[in-house]
Design a protein around this ligand. Structure first.
Ligand SMILES: CC(C)(COP(=O)(O)OP(=O)(O)OC[C@H]1O[C@@H](n2cnc3c(N)ncnc32)[C@H](O)[C@@H]1OP(=O)(O)O)[C@@H](O)C(=O)NCCC(=O)NCCS
Length: 197
């Protein structure tokens, strides 16, 4: 791993740009993390963010955390290219307690669910991570989070098992390796004849 990812913008996809958070994103971020239907699925436990001031404080923590972490770890805002709107957040973070496994994760504002944005963000972020001397990333999904488990399977991730070792809560673990990435490309990026099975 090399230096901090805090100022790194992940190579853009057709519809999305993953760029570092700024505190000025607080209002848009609150439209993501101010919803209990988003935060209820996150690990470690995260309360619904109550207001813009609390969101600004959290963003300050995330920005500082990203600055401390070696690349490719970090947190990014997911910005839609057509209107420049921040529709969610994405992360690559070392999983406790060993900090050896690298988690890939995403949170979208509820009105942006169901359009394939998480799949597109996953592909961009994983491809970037794999260009940074990382060979595998892990998604950790709470049992019952069917949208997240569908997303990871759509992205070619492989089921690893269930564990409480990361955050003390039961989590389903999925792994994406370099070799899994290309077959999991978003539909528009697939070679002719590959529908995505
Ligand atoms: C989990 C989460 C990130 C999934 O986001 P998403 O963008 O809806 O997920 P996907 O990228 O997999 O998209 C899936 C849907 O988009 C559709 N889709 C896929 N590609 C598409 C495209 N190019 N255009 C339009 N729709 C598309 C799929 O058919 C699917 O539709 P369905 O939900 O009606 O079956 C989102 O629900 C969320 O933020 N949840 C709360 C936080 C959370 O659980 N995070 C994960 C913790 S592990």
């Amino acid at each position: 791993m090399s230096t901090s990812a805090s100022t790194t913008t992940v190579p853009a996809t057709e519809r999305l740009t993953l760029r570092p958070w700024t505190v000025d994103d607080a209002a848009a971020a609150l439209d993501v993390y101010g919803h209990a239907e988003v935060t209820r699925w996150l690990s470690p436990d995260m309360d619904q963010v109550p207001d813009t001031a609390a969101m600004r404080l959290l963003l300050q923590q995330w920005i500082a955390e990203s600055a401390r972490l070696p690349a490719p770890a970090g947190r990014w805002a997911i910005q839609r290219n057509t209107d420049g709107r921040v529709i969610g957040g994405a992360l690559l973070l070392p999983l406790p307690p060993g900090n050896e496994d690298l988690e890939i994760g995403w949170q979208l504002r509820p009105d942006a669910w169901g359009s394939g944005y998480a799949t597109e963000a996953t592909h961009a972020l994983a491809a970037w991570a794999f260009s940074q001397d990382v060979n595998e990333v892990f998604a950790v999904v709470r049992p019952g989070n069917v949208r997240a488990s569908a997303t990871v399977l759509n992205n070619g991730m492989q089921w690893v098992g269930e564990t409480t070792k990361y955050f003390g809560v039961e989590l389903q673990v999925f792994r994406l390796r370099v070799a899994d990435l290309d077959p999991a490309a978003p539909a528009g990026l697939r070679p002719p004849g590959r529908s995505g099975d």
